[in-house]
Design a protein around this ligand. Sequence first.
Ligand SMILES: [Zn+2]
Ligand SMILES: [Zn+2]
Length: 260
Amino acid sequence: MFVDSHCHLDFPELAQDLPQILENMSRNRVGHALVVAVSKPEWARIRELVAPHEHLFCSVGVHPDYLDTEEPTVEDLVNAAADPKVVAIGETGLDYYRGSEPFDWQRERFRVHIRASRQCGLPLIIHTRSAAQDTLRIMAEEGAQDVGGVMHCFTESWEVAQAAIELNFYISFSGIVTFKNAVELQEVARRVPLDRLLIETDAPYLAPVPYRGKRNDPSKVVHVAEKIADLRGIPVAEVEARSTENFFKLFSKAASAAST
Ligand SMILES: [Zn+2]
Ligand SMILES: [Zn+2]
């Protein structure tokens, strides 16, 4: 079984099609998916969406791209994280690609998420874009290594991957790794230790080749696994087994939820 470690099934283009998406998942042997929150008003809706489905888990967090949105406190995050289906804090992090300095509000929000994660013991889902050095610095300053987590939709260099791994983090690859021009990222996907590797779709965005430009969904994570297997010269079954094992090791609350 494959696991999609990061998707946004509550976004309207996917939520309206949920029965079909769940069917596609089982037909493609994608056993589980983690539905990741991006804003606070969404939390209740996401928890409701995943509640009846043993194949789905969720997170709570507020994405760094959302400037004018309800700001979460440590307490808000910790309280919401008590839900048995909430297995992680995020997505959080830094994104300097859009907007412009000052980004103090992003850095402060990121710190709040790391503090909440340490308090409730759930791992972090980190988004970083054009901000790798600040992301790593704040992770270290706030002790993110004590809880660990995942650098999702990884697009940074091997040096950044190594630094994140040293901080007890996993590296998750999306459909971007299948893109023809992603040469440097493909090199990173060759080198990341198999016990630190996760796969994701980030659906509805970033559909892997051969679906590039189309709507993405968790069943397409299989193409990410196939590309990584191809790059490393190993059977896809090995990428499948290792990434699934890593998922349930990192998101250990999902392992207990799945077995009950
Ligand atoms: Zn993201
Ligand atoms: Zn995302």
